[in-house]
Ligand binder design. Structure first.
Ligand SMILES: *Cc1c(COP(=O)(O)O)cnc(C)c1O
Length: 513
C-alpha cells in the first residue's frame, strides 16, 4: 500500500462514508489535475464527471485562476473582515450584485439609497455576506430571514400573541441545504433527521415536483424525461398554495420559502417542469414569505440554457461601449430562467471555480435596513466566520467570473450542453434506465429494476454505488445519489470526454445490472 494510503487509513475520517468499507480497500489517491482530468498516485487518469462534487467550473489548474491566486498571494492571503475591508472582497461583492440582478444595467439608474426606493430597487440583491461553504451561506440566510421577520412583524403592530410566534419556514420534500444544524433543519432528508432529530428545529415540507415518481402523474413510463410526457393538473402547485393558506389560518404565515431553483441536487437530481418555480414563488410572495433561493449547486451557469444568449452574442458582436463584463449575459443563475427575484440568493460550490472554500449570501436593501440602528439597540447581525471575505478566495472567484462571462465559455457551455443531451439519449437502449433528467450541465440518470413499473433497486443493493465503481474502472469518476447517477462535467470538458463519461456509464450499467 502506498505511504499516502497508509496515512489516510490511519488518520482521515471521510465525509458521508462508512469507514469500515473505506478501510477495506485502497482508495484512489489524487495527486494532480488538469482540465477535466484527475490523475492518481499510480499515474492513472480519470475524468472528473461530477466536477469534484459539483464545485469545479472551468477545469483543474486553469491558467487564469492559478495566475489570479498567485498574484493575490504576492500581496496578502488573508486579513479579517471583522473591522477591516479588503480589495478583492469588495470587487467581488460588487460583481456578484451585478450578475445576480438580471437587466441590472437598465435599473442602475435608480439610486438604491434614495429615501423612496422603487419596487425594482427594493428587490435588487445588493448586499453580500461572505462565508465559507454552502451550509454557512444557508445559515446566514436563515438567521437573517428569521430576525428580519421578527423585527418587521412586531414593528407592523401585530398583536402581542402573534409577535411571540417563531418565524416558520417551508421547504421542499427531499430538500438538502447543507450539514450544519440550521441547514439540516431546513432540509428534509429522513436519514439525517433520524440521526439528529433532537438537535433540529421544526420546519415544514411540501411536495416537490418529482414528475417521474409523482403520484399525480397518470402517464405510463416512456423513454424520455418524465417532465415531457407527464399527465397531471399541476397538483404539486395546488399543494403549495394549500400549505401557505393553512399556515396563514394558524395566524403565523410562513416567514420564508426555501428552494433549489430548477433542480434539486442531493434529493436525487430532481428537475422542475417549466413554470413550476414561477408559480410557487408567486404563491409564496402573495402570502408575504421571503424567497430563499439555494443556488449552491445551480449557480454560475450550471443550468445554462444559454443557447439564446449565444445566438444573441454571435449575431450582434459586443459594442465597444459595452463593459467587458457585468450584466451582459443573463441566465448565470437558475432563478433567472423563470424571472424569479429572490430575497436571498445563496452561493458557494462554484463561486471560486472550485478552487477555494468561499460562499456568499446576497440580499436586499430592505433586509439590510432592518439591521440598522443605534449601537445600543443591538440590531447588529451577530454572525461571522474567521475567514469571511478571504482575499485568495475572492481573487479566485473574480478570475472565475471573468472566464464564465467570456464569449468563449458561453459558446463552450452551449456546445457541451448539446453534446451531453445527445449522448444521454443513447442510454435509453438500456432496460435499467428509467428516467434521464438534464438541466443545462447537470444530468441525473435514474436506474430502475423494472422500466414498466418504475420499481426501484432497494438501497441495500447499492446499485448506484456499484455502477459508479465500475465507471471508475473505466476511468470516469462520479458519485451516485441512491439509484441516480450524476453527470456534471466541468465546462471545459471536450465532446470526446463527454462521450467517454456517458460511455463509461453505459458500459457500467451493462456490466453491473
Ligand atoms: C452542496 C450543497 C449545499 C451545502 O454546501 P456545502 O459547501 O457542502 O456546505 C447546500 N445546498 C445545496 C443545494 C448543495 O448542493
Amino acid at each position: 500500500m502506498p505511504k499516502l494510503t497508509q496515512l489516510d487509513h490511519a488518520h482521515v475520517w471521510h465525509p458521508f462514508t462508512q469507514m469500515r468499507d473505506w478501510l477495506e480497500r485502497e482508495p484512489i489517491v489524487i495527486v494532480s489535475g488538469k482540465g477535466a482530468v484527475l490523475r492518481d498516485v499510480h499515474g492513472k487518469e480519470y475524468l472528473d464527471a461530477n466536477s469534484s462534487i459539483w464545485t469545479n467550473l472551468h477545469g483543474h489548474r486553469h491558467p487564469r485562476i492559478n495566475a489570479a491566486i498567485i498574484r493575490q498571494l504576492k500581496t496578502i492571503s488573508h486579513s479579517s473582515a471583522l473591522g477591516l475591508a479588503n480589495e478583492p472582497a469588495s470587487l467581488l461583492a460588487a460583481r456578484l450584485t451585478t450578475i445576480a440582478n438580471p437587466g441590472s444595467r437598465q435599473r442602475k439608474a435608480a439610486d438604491p439609497n434614495s429615501p423612496v426606493p422603487s419596487a425594482a430597487s427594493r428587490q435588487r440583491l445588493q448586499k453580500v455576506f461572505f462565508s465559507d461553504d454552502g451550509s454557512t451561506a444557508m445559515e446566514v440566510a436563515l438567521k437573517l430571514a428569521y430576525e428580519f421577520t421578527r423585527r418587521t412583524r412586531s414593528a407592523s403592530g401585530a398583536p402581542a400573541a402573534r409577535r411571540k410566534l417563531a418565524p416558520r419556514f417551508l421547504s421542499l420534500e427531499g430538500a438538502y441545504h447543507g450539514d450544519t444544524v440550521g441547514a439540516v433543519s431546513l432540509g428534509h432528508m429522513d436519514l439525517f433527521h433520524k440521526a439528529y432529530g433532537g438537535l433540529l428545529f421544526k420546519s415544514d415540507k411540501v411536495m416537490a415536483p418529482y414528475c417521474y415518481r409523482c403520484p399525480f402523474n397518470r402517464a405510463k413510463p416512456e423513454r424520455a424525461d418524465a417532465r415531457e410526457y407527464r399527465k397531471c393538473n399541476w397538483e404539486c402547485v395546488g399543494l403549495v398554495e394549500k400549505k401557505f393558506r393553512a399556515q396563514k389560518k394558524q395566524g403565523n404565515p410562513y416567514a420564508g420559502f426555501v428552494f433549489e431553483p430548477l433542480m434539486q441536487g442531493a434529493a436525487g437530481m430532481i428537475p422542475q417542469p417549466a413554470g413550476w418555480l414561477r408559480r410557487v414563488t408567486e404563491i409564496a410572495r402573495s402570502h408575504g414569505a421571503l424567497l430563499i433561493a439555494d443556488e449552491v449547486m445551480t449557480g454560475f451557469g450550471r443550468t445554462s440554457l444559454v443557447a439564446a444568449d449565444v445566438r444573441k452574442l454571435i449575431s450582434k458582436p459586443a459594442r465597444k461601449s459595452e463593459p467587458p463584463h457585468g450584466g451582459g449575459y443573463e441566465g448565470l443563475f437558475a432563478c433567472h430562467h423563470e424571472s424569479v427575484h429572490p430575497d436571498f440568493l445563496c452561493l458557494a460550490k462554484g463561486l471560486t471555480g472550485g478552487y477555494l472554500p468561499m460562499a456568499a449570501t446576497l440580499t436586499t436593501q430592505k433586509v439590510f435596513a432592518a439591521f440598522l440602528g443605534e449601537y445600543q439597540e443591538f440590531k447588529t447581525f451577530f454572525h461571522g466566520h474567521s475567514y469571511t471575505g478571504n482575499q485568495l478566495g475572492a481573487a479566485a472567484a473574480l478570475a472565475s467570473l471573468d472566464i464564465l462571462q467570456s464569449a468563449a465559455s458561453l459558446a463552450a457551455r452551449s456546445a457541451l450542453e448539446n453534446t451531453l443531451a445527445t449522448e444521454l439519449t443513447s442510454l435509453w437502449s438500456l432496460p435499467n434506465v428509467g428516467d434521464i433528467r438534464q438541466v443545462g450541465l447537470i444530468a441525473g440518470v435514474e436506474l430502475v429494476r423494472n422500466l414498466r413499473s418504475r420499481e426501484p433497486f432497494a438501497l441495500r443493493e447499492r446499485a448506484g454505488i456499484r455502477v459508479c465503481e465500475a465507471m471508475a474502472r473505466h476511468g470516469v469518476l462520479t458519485r451516485p445519489i441512491g439509484n441516480v447517477i450524476v453527470i456534471m462535467p466541468p465546462y471545459c470538458t471536450t465532446a470526446k470526454q463527454a462521450r467517454r463519461m456517458v460511455g463509461a456509464l453505459r458500459q457500467a450499467v451493462e456490466a453491473v445490472l
